[in-house]
Design a protein around this ligand. Structure first.
Ligand code: ZN
Length: 254
């Protein structure tokens, strides 16, 4: 095998590794079968593909940035603020990894990948800024999907809180999507609360009916007991009456 092919296969292996790297945020929250970094980047690329042509952005560039923005994670893993790695150290490790991956393919493609990654890292173009917004939005959308999938409304609230505190959406388009998503999520939550209240009301009515039936039953049992006690008393007194009736007639004196 020529060295360029063996390098290309190494590139394929590293990119393939992204299918195995689970997103740390979901792993930390014990989400069942969490998505991989690859899954996340694929949907971001598809969202970028779907942006309207009047967005004023270079769509192809957005797709490419989405495809490369996390590729270093095949080597360094998905480092989050909870991993104990400083921002500078994280950036340095990711830069080295991206440079290595880009060096495994043709010079032209490798250079483009590395430059696009740097553009994203430095947030130095409208497309890089847009893709950064997509990165957060795709994560929130996924959080909402996991909440629905596992029927645990608002269980991933911290992702929404963290994003709102740390990140304001720079592009109007993504900001609008995010507001819409939060509205849908709130509506779903209030519907779920209403359904639960209605179920609880139903249950409480059912409990009340059951208590009333039990009370009725207990009254009926008490009445039965009283009747049976009366009967028993009567039965017990009967022999006396009978006894009195059969008292021997005194024999006539002869
Ligand atoms: Zn990402």
């Amino acid at each position: 095998m020529t060295s360029s092919v063996s390098k290309f296969f190494e590139f394929m292996r590293l990119i393939g590794q992204l299918k195995q790297v689970k997103r740390t945020g979901w792993v930390r929250k014990n989400v069942k079968d969490p998505e991989s970094v690859s899954d996340h980047m694929y949907r971001m690329a598809m969202i970028a593909f779907a942006i309207p042509s009047n967005s004023g952005l270079d769509r192809d560039k957005c797709i490419k940035i989405a495809l490369v923005h996390d590729m270093s994670e095949s080597i360094v893993g998905d480092l989050t603020p909870w991993c104990g790695v400083s921002k500078e150290d994280k950036s340095c490790r990711e830069k080295t990894a991206t440079s290595h991956i880009s060096s495994l393919i043709s010079e032209e493609a490798g250079k483009e990948m590395y430059q696009l990654w740097m553009e994203y890292e430095n947030q130095s173009s409208p497309e890089a800024i847009f893709v950064k917004d997509l990165d957060k939005f795709e994560m929130l959308f996924q959080a909402y999907e996991y909440e629905n999938l596992h029927n645990r409304p608002k269980s991933l609230q911290e992702f929404f809180d963290h994003t709102n505190a740390k990140h304001t959406f720079s592009t109007k388009l993504v900001d609008g999507w995010c507001k819409q998503l939060e509205m849908e999520r709130e509506l779903k939550q209030s519907k779920s609360d209403a359904t639960q209240s209605s179920a609880e009301l139903k249950q409480s009515k059912s409990d009340a009916t059951q208590s009333s039936a039990e009370l009725k039953q207990s009254k009926s049992d008490a009445t039965k007991s009283a009747v049976s006690l009366g009967k028993e008393k009567l039965d017990r007194s009967s022999p006396l009456i009978k006894k009195r009736k059969v008292d021997p007639v005194p024999e006539e004196k002869v």
